[in-house]
Structure formats: C-alpha cells, structure tokens
Design a protein around this ligand. Structure first.
Ligand code: ATP
Ligand code: MG
Ligand code: MG
Length: 574
C-alpha cells in the first residue's frame, strides 16, 4: 500500500510542522454523527484523517458527534465502530463522544453569556426564520438580543434545570445579524429537548447544536487539523469565532475538502433510506449499496477501499468518480489474494463414456478410499487431481479436486454448430479440462424441446494433468466440477444498482433509474466441495467467472450462497 498521495492538506501540515506550529503535533479526528450507517464517502474521510495522522506520526480520534438524541441510536454507534475497525484503522484506547463534553460545553456557553456574547431568545422557529433575513437582505435583531447578562444567566440555568418546555427558549450566540454569512446571524447554540440521550440518559434536557459542539470538542481533544467536507466552508467563520471567544485550550484549523461522489449509485442518507424502506434493496447491508456494511458483504476488501481512496486524491472541487476505478482497485487486490477454485454456474452435464470401463472389474479389489459402490455392483472410479490455489503464487499451495464419470461444464462452453473460432466444446472437437484431461465430444443428448441436456464425451487417459505426450494441442481450457467433487449452491450475480451515471438524471424520482438486473439469482449451480465451509466474506476467484464470496447472512454449509463481488474484467468499459 502506498502513502496518501501528495495533496493540499499534506502541504499545509508540512508547512505547519516546519514553522513549529502546534509544537510539532498532528491530531485529527473522524467525527461521525451516529444517525446512520457509514458509506464509501465516509471511507474517504476516514482514510484521509487516519492516513494523515499516521503519516505525520500523529493521532486520529474516533469521535461521535452525538448532540441530537432525536436522530441518534446505539445501533449506529456500534456499526460505525465495527466499520472503522474493519477498514483497518486504530483509534487508540479510547473512543470519544461529544456527549462526554456536555459539562464543558455548558461552561463555555455560560462564559459566552458572561461576556455578553450569547443571549436567551424566545423567538419560535418561524419567527427565527423570518428574522434571519436572506442572502440579499440583512436579518433583524431579536427583541431579546439586549437582555441583561444576569437575566440570560438565570434563564439559561433554568433551561438546564428543566423548568421550560421544548422550544420555549433557545440560547443564541450574539454575533452579527447583518453578516453576509447567514451562519453568523446569531446562530442558535443550545435548545431544550426533553429527551433521553443514548449515553447521558436523562441528565440533560438542553443539548448543544452541532456547530457549537464540533469546534469546541476539537479543541478539547487538542485536534490540530480539523478536516471536513466543503459544505462546512461557510461555517468556518463561526467555528473560528467560537474558539476565539471562549477560553478553549487550543485553536484547531478547519480545512475543507471535496466530498466523494460515485457514479451509478446514491450516497445521501435520505436516498439510501428510501431504497431500504421501500424495499428496492434488501436492507442497509444489501451488497448493491455503497454502505460499508453492503460492500463488505459483497466481498470488497479494506485494502481495495484504502487504495481507492488514496488513488482518487483529495481536492477542493466536487466531482463524480467512476465506480469502475473502485472496481479496478478491488480486482488488483483480489487478483493477488483470492485463492482460485472452480464452480459451474450454469451446469451442463457431461458423461465420460470411456471412464472406468477397462477398470470396471479389474480394480474391484483395490482398496483405494475414493472408490464407491455403483448401482450395477461394480465400482466407480474417482480420481483425485492436484490443482493450484494460485497459478502465479506457488506459496499459496495446492488442493485435491475429484474427477469422475459425471462432470459439469458451463452451458456457455458448448455450442452445437460452432464457428471455427469457437475454441470451446463442440461435436467432434477436443478441449482441455483444467488440471484434468482432454475430452472429445462424441454425442449430444437433447430433451423433447431440442435443448441440449447432456454431452457424451471420451477422455484421453494419457493427458492427465492437462498435457498430451504426443504434443497434440488443444486451444480451449474449460473449468469444470465433477458430480462427486461438488455441491449445489446458489449464486447471486450483482451488477450496478442504477442505469445512469447520475441516478437523478431525466427523472423526478431516482428510483425509476434503478437497474432491473442489478441482482440475478442462479440456483442449481455447482461449486467445489471445499467451498462448503467457505468463510463468509472471504473472496475466491471462480476460475473464468469472477470473484465470489459466501454471503455472511444467508450462506450455510447445507445451502451455500455466493455473492459475485466483481467480474474478472471491466465488462462496462467501452
Ligand atoms: P451523509 O449525510 O452522506 O450520511 P454526513 O455528512 O451527514 O453524511 P457525518 O456523520 O456528519 O455524515 O460524517 C462524518 C464525516 O464524514 C464528516 O466529516 C463528513 O464531512 C464526512 N463525509 C460524509 N460524506 C462524505 C463524502 N461523500 N465524502 C467525503 N467525506 C464525507
Ligand atoms: Mg452521517
Ligand atoms: Mg452530518
């Protein structure tokens, strides 16, 4: 894995270090609000914050900005922790919570009031909007703006003590109602919310607003560089104002970078929620979603995601990244790491006519364990062949695969009236079965509808292992499994969730752009027996077919279910 590419944030930090700013410390943080599941966009922020800290020998805190109990839940906290860990990052011995600072934040609010920089206001939400003004018109000052300090202190304490109903009062910073930046027009910093909090329970009935909490929490943690997405650029003056006005331990620097957007998918919480709630997908961890839980279940690896986040870099301009780039990072990683196995997803039965014939009676006394009783009373020979787990990496070892009279090949690998250039199986033609023998197609059996249901072939015993001693060449090598060496399985072929690069394009409702073929479920596939106990999320290359992993929720040894992680090549490339 490479280091994070050079970018403007690293340049800023390098210069800060050269100037001796922050005494040479680099502390960043990843600050999710626990109100939803993480997606691949968050991974960019995670890789950036943890990556930068690591590269400058600093530290990155995982901090939950848990200031809104109405929208937050322990299940989100748990899933975010598990996702960050899975991505391979380490936040040290302590997880931070903004709610740990509620006491400090209250004190900062009191400090502002004492300085005449905050006041308790009675305007309701509608009035507040009206007084706020517009981009072109300055706002109006609240009638409460000049309330005496002592009265503000008293009211704020009584807000805290639960004397008032939700919405009766708010605490506002006293900044500038004529500021061209609307965020500076006396923003609300505390509101009454008589609601239990996942962590502080019923201790508080007033909660600090996100903007107030965020920068002060950064300062309390000694964060040096507070990296966030571009939509917070207009909030930076407020971030700095608050840190200047209260006696914070330090003044972190907020630096904004562009969000990551991907084509053929959606990432906003509201849209993901709609897909889940209206059952267009099967839950938040549906393998088609860009959630970390979804791509993980699909078989994506943490290394592929980290490499992707590194490859796309960090900039100041929003753009839409091609999901093909993410898929290529995944292929690069899986090509290195995924063991090779064989599976047949559209099986066509092949019977080897000359298998076992000469041995039928003569080998009966052989006590080889791989012999089975057949219905005719003779024994059916089963041969064990050696296969490489990774042809380019001998250190990954070998495994035994079984060959016998009845095998399966891919329907697609047979053609009755094949053109010359079709190098797979056709009547009278010879192909190689990977790691096994050359076979020749002698007879085609069809059902009453004319559909091919079985091939009768012969094999050449001299070609064991895949080469002919007489130097005879065959062009095609097919993957296969034998009846005895395989088990039935369900295979789910996943594809892009949307038909359009921009799912919003040309439609009022983005769900009209969903790809109807984003999931194709194939039953009656056959996979190598060794896959019965495939570990969920561990990816294998099914030779010639793509990368697949056992589904973490639905696969069992009795009924294996495999998800296609990604195809072998980019089938979407023009
Ligand atoms: P969403 O609404 O998409 O869930 P959010 O901004 O509400 O995102 P937060 O929990 O506030 O989610 O995000 C935690 C951190 O992740 C923030 O610093 C945020 O800027 C960053 N982040 C969120 N989405 C992206 C993205 N698409 N690209 C890069 N960083 C992102
Ligand atoms: Mg979020
Ligand atoms: Mg947010």
């Amino acid at each position: 894995e490479k280091k994070i590419k050079g970018n403007f944030i690293k340049t800023i930090i390098t210069e800060d270090l050269e100037r001796g700013k922050n005494d040479g410390r680099v502390i960043t943080r990843f600050p999710p609000e626990p109100n939803g599941y993480l997606h691949i966009g968050h991974a960019k922020s995670i890789c950036l914050n943890f990556g930068v800290a690591d590269e400058f020998n600093g530290r990155c805190n995982l901090r939950f900005d848990d200031t809104n109990p109405a929208k937050e839940d322990q299940k989100y906290i748990d899933s975010i922790i598990s996702d960050v860990k899975w991505l391979g990052f380490d936040w040290g011995d302590k997880i931070h919570y903004a709610s740990d600072y509620f006491e400090n934040l209250y004190d900062y609010a009191v400090e502002l009031i004492e300085k005449g920089k905050a006041y308790v206001c009675t305007l309701n939400a509608d009035q507040m909007r009206e007084y706020r003004g517009t981009l072109t018109e300055p706002g109006k000052e609240s009638p409460d703006r000049n309330r005496p300090i002592a009265e503000n202190l008293d009211l704020f304490k009584r807000m805290k003590n639960g004397e008032f109903e939700d919405g009766a009062y708010v605490l506002r910073a006293k900044i500038d109602m004529a500021s061209p930046n609307i965020n500076m027009r006396d923003p609300v910093i505390y509101r009454i919310k008589k609601m239990s909090h996942p962590r502080t329970k019923d201790k508080w009935c007033i909660y600090p607003m996100y903007d107030f909490t965020h920068g002060l929490s950064d300062a309390l943690e000694g964060v040096t560089h507070s990296l966030c997405t571009l939509e917070f650029q207009d909030h930076r003056p407020l971030y700095d104002w608050l840190l200047d006005e209260v006696s914070a331990p330090c003044h972190p620097q907020q630096i904004e970078f562009a969000r990551m957007n991907l084509n053929y998918t959606v990432m906003s919480k509201r849209k993901l929620q709609k897909l889940v709630e209206q059952k267009f997908v099967d839950g938040w961890d549906d393998p088609r979603l860009p959630t970390i839980a979804g791509i993980r279940r699909r078989g994506y690896t943490p290394a592929a995601i980290r490499n992707f986040c590194n490859a796309i870099g960090v900039g100041k301009r929003e753009n839409r990244i091609d999901v093909g780039l993410l898929e290529n990072c995944l292929r690069d990683d899986l090509n290195e790491k995924a063991p090779r196995v064989m599976a047949v997803i559209n099986p066509l039965k092949v019977t080897i006519a000359n298998w076992n014939q000469e041995n039928c009676n003569s080998e009966q006394k052989n006590d080889d364990k791989s012999q089975q009783e057949t219905s005719c009373g003779s024994t059916l020979k089963i041969e064990s062949l050696e296969a490489l787990n990774h042809p380019q990496k001998p250190e990954m070892g070998t495994r035994q695969i079984l060959f016998s009279k009845h095998i399966y090949i891919e329907k697609e690998d047979f053609m009755e009236n094949a053109p010359k250039k079709f190098f797979r199986l056709a009547p009278g033609r010879e192909v190689r079965l990977r790691y096994a023998y050359f076979i020749t197609c002698k007879e085609v059996i069809k059902d009453e509808n004319g559909e091919v249901i079985e091939l009768i072939c012969t094999y050449d015993p001299a070609t064991r292992g895949g080469d002919s001693p007489d130097g005879r060449k065959v062009k095609g090598t097919l993957h296969w499994v034998s009846e005895e060496g395989s088990i039935p399985a369900t295979v789910r072929l996943y594809d892009r969730l949307f038909l359009n690069e921009d799912p919003e394009a040309d439609r009022d409702d983005f769900t009209e752009n969903l790809n109807p073929d984003s999931l194709v479920t194939l039953k009656g596939c056959r996979v190598e027996k060794s896959l019965a106990n495939a570990e969920p999320e561990k990816v294998y290359q099914f030779e010639r077919l793509g990368y697949f992993c056992a589904d973490s929720k639905e696969s069992t040894p009795e009924h294996p279910v495999f998800n296609r992680t990604v195809t072998l090549r980019d089938t979407w490339a023009k």
